[in-house]
Write a protein that binds this ligand. Structure first.
Ligand code: ZN
Length: 307
């Protein structure tokens, strides 16, 4: 019975009934496609993690679900290659037990596919030319590869950066990949205008191509990212929604995840509804959940690009 106190503690921590969804109201969102730069957008699969369905969604069953780890590559006509997240990197590929892969290898059945740096080189890009990386949040499966891009500025929401070290053990941000990397740039949302149903936004280059959106809850300063091309838009949910069901339903994540992994699950739940309402009001928007397995078949496969 030595686990009884732990069990009691865990039960006490379990989230209660979800709060009523936010009243989102009419959503104003417009992109001036004629003025958006002629960039390209690609989705890259770098690794696969997984968990039982009952961990991923509330009320799920015992089937094991693959949860791929993606990196998004936007190529700007003058600013060059921009990454949104980095996945796990070369260090983890060389030794999955090496930090920051160790935790995920154990807990999430990590299987490396190919690090982002290698896949970029496969298509003739130089990793030294990547000048900007936008970080959705500081969990290892999103920042584990940043050391592979030594010349990149790392764009992190101030809330995210400043809360590092304050979270629960499982949801603890991984700061170790940042240690060798001086060029962390704070994304500041204070005083910025709303974007779609969200309360603020930062236009990374000031030309409408990459929009960083505050969508905290999974972690304190978690962000979503909109990539706008002349032909259409991609809304990267990060881990606000791991899979489509988290924004289509929207369905809750499991109680275990909400209580142990998420910083503020009620805030995340409200943002899941904002994603849901946005996609309903603008069905032409391509919503890409952080770890949706169907995206491997549905989206253009690396290195094919959206233009
Ligand atoms: Zn993740």
């Amino acid at each position: 019975m030595r686990f009884l106190p732990l069990l009691l503690l865990l039960t006490a921590c379990l989230p209660k009934t979800p709060p009523a969804p936010p009243v989102v109201g009419a959503i104003a969102w417009e992109v001036d496609r004629a003025s958006v730069p002629p960039g390209t957008f690609r989705v890259m699969h770098v690794a696969t993690t997984g968990a039982r369905e009952r961990i991923v969604v509330d009320g799920g069953g015992g089937d094991f679900m693959d949860l791929p780890v993606y990196v998004y590559v936007y190529e700007h006509p003058t600013e060059g290659t921009v990454l949104i997240d980095t996945g796990f990197g070369r260090r983890t590929a060389n030794d999955p037990k090496d930090y920051p892969g160790a935790q995920a290898a154990k807990l999430l059945s990590l299987r490396m596919h190919r690090p982002a740096a290698d896949q970029l080189e496969d298509i003739g890009r130089d990793v030294g030319d990547v000048r900007n990386v936008v970080v959705t949040h500081m969990h290892a499966d999103h920042v584990g590869g940043i050391e592979d891009f030594p010349n990149a500025a790392l764009w992190v929401a101030r809330d995210e950066w400043e809360s590092a070290g304050e979270r629960t053990a499982l949801g603890k941000p991984d700061t170790s990949p940042f240690e060798s990397h001086a060029a962390v740039k704070m994304v500041e949302f204070t005083g910025t205008a709303p974007y779609g149903p969200f309360a603020g936004h930062v236009d990374l280059f000031g030309d409408g191509s990459i929009i960083i959106i505050p969508a905290g809850g999974h972690t304190p300063g978690h962000v979503a990212v909109m990539v706008n091309l002349p032909s259409g838009s991609f809304l990267l949910t990060g881990d606000c929604a791991w899979i489509d069901r988290h924004w289509t339903g929207p369905e809750l994540k499991s109680k275990l995840v909400r209580s142990l992994l998420e910083d503020d699950w009620e805030r995340n739940w409200a943002n899941q509804h904002r994603l849901h309402e946005w996609s309903k009001a603008y069905p032409e928007l391509t919503v890409i959940a952080g770890h949706e397995p169907a995206n491997l078949e549905r989206l253009k496969a690396w290195p094919e690009a959206y233009e």
